[in-house]
Design a protein around this ligand. Structure first.
Ligand code: COA
Length: 284
């Protein structure tokens, strides 16, 4: 558990005060984080290894997801990679050599569970793909709520080159996002597609210059952050249910729609419309 409180030193006329640290950033070894305007930018920072996802990155991704969930100052998040060459070039292949089938399955389970947390986060998390998004990198981007690519971005699931298949949800999410034929072509050939092909396939929502990547994401997240947070979270839940074979998406939608009527945010949204003013959903 990361310590998010600090103690103010006691002086003679002062009582011991402990208060939660709201603004002090949590430090990570393999991630950089920056919180601005309610948006936490998470940068995977192993540029010498093209930001490959080793054990430490995966552990820290879980820690930063705790931070996103728990810190009320964070309204939404961006995931990107350090440098201009790679978003993430995959799981760290150097950790694969000694794994048994059971251990391989455990690694995949940890990856799947981590990416489920991103997919199911009620706070929006979007991927800014700034270069290679291969293997686990493509899978990480696909677990985000949507993706924006820079024009030098490249996507692929090249695991067959290693005698592997995607294991962090890639066989499922790629089929969901671009259709089975295109997904299987990418997975079976290991071919890499460029940003414009990814746009044409619906894998990304926008292609922009690398300089405009974070600006575009920030602009979209500012729009989303001004909406009712509980409605945004409910929309994510209902949309995810559309792709679940354990849930009836229409039932999830009914439940979530009904629940909106019990929220202060719905009252504020409707009142504001009727009073011809802008709704205020967050008190900052
Ligand atoms: N795991 C571990 N290390 C990786 C990596 C990965 N997935 N991808 C890149 N790296 C490392 C390289 O080993 C190299 O490290 P080194 O300088 O210590 O030798 C460094 O990152 C730079 O990569 P390099 O291959 O020299 O860059 P490149 O421009 O020639 O090629 C790629 C770029 C992305 C085409 C190539 O790195 C690649 O094919 N990576 C693996 C992609 C993959 O198969 N991903 C799925 C994994 S399951």
């Amino acid at each position: 558990m990361l310590d998010t409180s600090y103690k103010i030193p006691v002086t003679r006329n002062m009582k011991l005060v402990t208060k939660p640290l709201q603004q002090m950033p949590i430090m990570y070894k393999t991630l950089l984080t920056n919180l601005q305007d309610g948006i936490l930018t998470i940068t995977i920072n192993r540029p010498d290894k093209l930001n490959a996802l080793n054990k430490e990155v995966m552990t820290e991704l879980n820690a930063v997801l705790d931070e996103v969930a728990d810190n009320t100052d964070i309204q939404s998040a961006i995931i990107t990679g350090s440098g201009i060459k790679a978003f993430v070039a995959g799981a760290d292949i150097s950790e694969f050599k000694a794994l048994s089938p059971t251990e391989g399955k455990e690694v995949a389970k940890y990856g799947q569970d981590t990416f489920f947390r991103i997919e199911n986060s009620p706070k929006p998390i979007i991927a800014c793909v700034n270069g290679f998004a291969l293997g686990g990198g493509c899978e990480l981007a696909m677990s985000c709520h949507f993706r924006i690519a820079s024009d030098n971005a490249k996507f692929g699931q090249p695991e067959v080159n290693l005698g592997l298949i995607p294991g962090y949800g890639g066989t499922q999410r790629l089929v969901q996002l671009i259709g089975k034929g295109r997904a299987l072509e990418m997975i079976m050939t290991g071919n890499i597609i460029d940003a414009n092909t990814a746009l044409q396939f619906g894998l990304v929502n926008y292609v922009v210059s690398i300089e405009d990547l974070l600006t575009k994401a920030t602009e979209l997240l500012k729009t989303i952050n001004a909406k009712a947070p509980s409605a945004v979270g409910a929309a994510i839940k209902a949309a995810n249910a559309a792709l679940s074979n354990q849930q009836n998406g229409y039932e999830v939608e009914l439940e979530a729609f009904g629940n909106c009527f019990g929220t202060e945010e719905m009252k504020e949204g409707v009142d504001a419309f009727l009073e011809k003013r802008k709704p205020v959903f967050r008190k900052n």
